[in-house]
Design a protein around this ligand. Structure first.
Ligand code: 4NP
Length: 155
């Protein structure tokens, strides 16, 4: 059975594209097939754009490629995906607000898997000057995606 995962953040140009690529890589390394991964935005500002250049270069430093084109979350996502992940508490409250009553998707915060309580928020690096926040987000995603896969996905 195919399991479907959707990574969400505010703009879909920084954190969720990184989370998408890292989850795909984590699954591939574990030879987990039958899992599909996508990402999307809460907001519409960047729809149609590529990820932030700092997200792309951070992934490139880890030999990973990001070709995602930004899209905004839509109502049917809540019934098409099994797991929808937010990156911070604001994402989570927006997801809960947008979810239809009969939503199939489980709404989860990515950092609740594998990360310490004090490190569970994947902070928005967009307004920071450099790319350091992107590397931090990447490292959080590596730990959280592996932990989620181990805890929740069936082979
Ligand atoms: P993201 O970062 O949610 O990690 O993609 C942001 C990108 C853009 C904006 C906010 C957050 N923005 O307001 O345009």
């Amino acid at each position: 059975m195919v399991q479907k995962i959707l990574m969400i953040c505010l703009g879909n140009i920084c954190r969720s594209p990184i989370a998408e690529v890292v989850m795909v890589e984590t699954l591939a390394k574990a030879k987990m097939s039958d899992v599909e991964v996508d990402s999307a935005a809460i907001g519409s500002w960047h729809v149609g754009n590529r990820a932030d250049p700092r997200a792309i270069s951070t992934l490139k430093q880890h030999d990973l490629k990001c070709t995602h084109i930004v899209r905004q979350i839509r109502k049917q996502d809540f019934n098409e995906f099994d797991y929808i992940f937010g990156m911070d508490e604001e994402n989570m409250s927006e997801l809960r607000r947008l979810a239809p009553k009969d939503s199939k998707a489980e709404l989860l915060m990515l950092g609740d898997f594998g990360l310490d309580k004090k490190n569970r928020i994947i902070e928005d690096p967009y307004y920071e000057r450099g790319a350091e926040g992107f590397e931090t987000a990447y490292q959080q995603c590596v730990v959280a995606c592996a932990a989620f896969m181990k805890e929740r996905l069936q082979k």
